[in-house]
Write a protein that binds this ligand. Structure first.
Ligand code: COA
Length: 349
């Protein structure tokens, strides 16, 4: 584990406490221009911090054409959390791109001047910048008569025990079943190699990149996707989408089973759903998939509905769905499972 990654995980833990605290504020206060912040709001400072990550990691480091976030896209704390979930994904992408070469000099142009920068510096700068602004936000809270809890001193065990999102780069470590040393990493699916691997996985597992759930046809390649890497090798994937405050997990596959891959992917999707403000994460599985029924129920999912005959109907849209599934069970029905996600601040504001 590289130190800068650990440091970022710690920063995320304090960021989470800060968001938890800010969710106790009326939204109007979060958006109010404050003299103490040179006429900007706490929301503006969050957007500015996110922008700093985008500038240094995406624009300068990865040399991507990227559009900075705008305050108008962040009307409340819930959206700020979602914005920082994007930042997390960017950091993960950045660390993946410069894995093993964090100290390699990179020649980059900054405001017309040539500079020699390293990936480690490029990430260290937005992290320290975030802490600088965190201090200002905490000060603004005190000034407004709403003192924040201590977000400065975070001992390592507290960071590890934080109920926040699974740490980047150690997705599965959040699961008690998985040895902390396991080299399991969850990353956004991207790049030609990642996409080709997914297409082959879906071909083998689901007869192609099309899935039918609740009578709706999904093209997996157009959904959000994450890949789990075990010891650097792709070992599983999940796809999902968010719609009207709900998240549907459309596919979840572990190539190497019983190693925590499925659990880590599920935790990552839950994290995305929470960050997107979803109240419910749901999925369907077929009546023969006893392994999946066991897996999800052990992880807090409940059967929300049984759609008798739904697979028979889905087969008309996707004839490749087999008639007989696991254990020789005829595949006929869809079982809908769900997990209610914690209410977020939006409902309290
Ligand atoms: C369902 C599925 C995704 C589970 O994935 P998985 O990677 O095997 O899941 P995990 O390894 O996280 O957990 C499986 C078991 O292994 C155990 N396990 C996890 N990590 C372990 C480790 N490091 N050492 C030993 N055991 C471990 C867990 O305790 C778990 O048992 P439990 O469910 O009784 O708690 C997988 O079986 C699969 O790909 N199925 C086919 C596709 C499918 O049906 N998907 C679901 C419908 S969309």
């Amino acid at each position: 584990m590289d130190g800068i990654r650990t440091l970022y995980d710690w920063v995320r833990a304090t960021r989470r406490s800060l968001f938890d605290y800010l969710e106790g504020w009326p939204v109007e206060l979060y958006l109010r221009p404050l003299e103490l912040l040179a006429g900007e709001s706490v929301r503006d400072r969050h957007v500015h911090v996110a922008e700093c990550y985008v500038t240094w990691l995406a624009t300068v480091g990865l040399e991507e054409g990227s559009s900075p976030p705008s305050p108008g896209e962040v009307p409340d704390v819930r959206r700020a959390r979602a914005l920082f979930a994007e930042v997390d994904r960017l950091v993960e992408r950045f660390l993946g791109r410069f894995e093993g070469e964090l100290d390699r000099p990179l020649a980059r142009s900054w405001r017309g001047e040539r500079r020699e920068l390293t990936p480690r510096w490029l990430l260290a700068h937005p992290i320290t910048h975030e802490f600088h602004h965190k201090g200002q936000i905490v000060l603004a809270g005190r000034w407004l008569g709403r003192p924040a809890p201590d977000t400065d001193l975070l001992f390592p065990e507290e960071a590890a025990a934080s109920p926040g999102p699974a740490p980047l780069g150690r997705g599965a470590a959040a699961s008690p079943q998985v040895p902390a040393a396991a080299r399991l990493r969850i990353a956004e699916a991207e790049g030609a190699a990642g996409r080709a691997w997914l297409a082959e996985l879906w071909r083998q597992r689901w007869g192609g990149a099309v899935m039918v759930t609740r009578g709706r046809l999904h093209r997996l390649e157009s959904l959000q996707a994450a890949i789990a890497y075990l010891d650097g090798e792709p070992a599983g994937a999940a796809t999902w989408y968010v719609e009207e405050g709900e998240c549907e997990l459309v596919s979840l596959d572990a190539v190497r089973r019983g190693r925590g891959v499925g659990s880590a992917l599920l935790a990552a999707v839950e994290e995305h759903a929470r960050a997107a403000g979803c109240r419910r994460l749901w999925l369907v599985t077929s009546n023969d998939n006893l392994e999946a029924l066991r897996f999800y129920q052990r992880r807090g999912y409940r059967i929300a509905a049984v759609h008798a005959g739904a697979v028979d109907a889905a087969r008309r849209l996707k004839p490749a769905i087999p008639e007989v599934g696991d254990h020789g069970i005829p595949v006929r029905d869809e079982i809908e499972l769900e997990k209610r996600l914690q209410e977020t601040g939006a409902s309290r504001e």
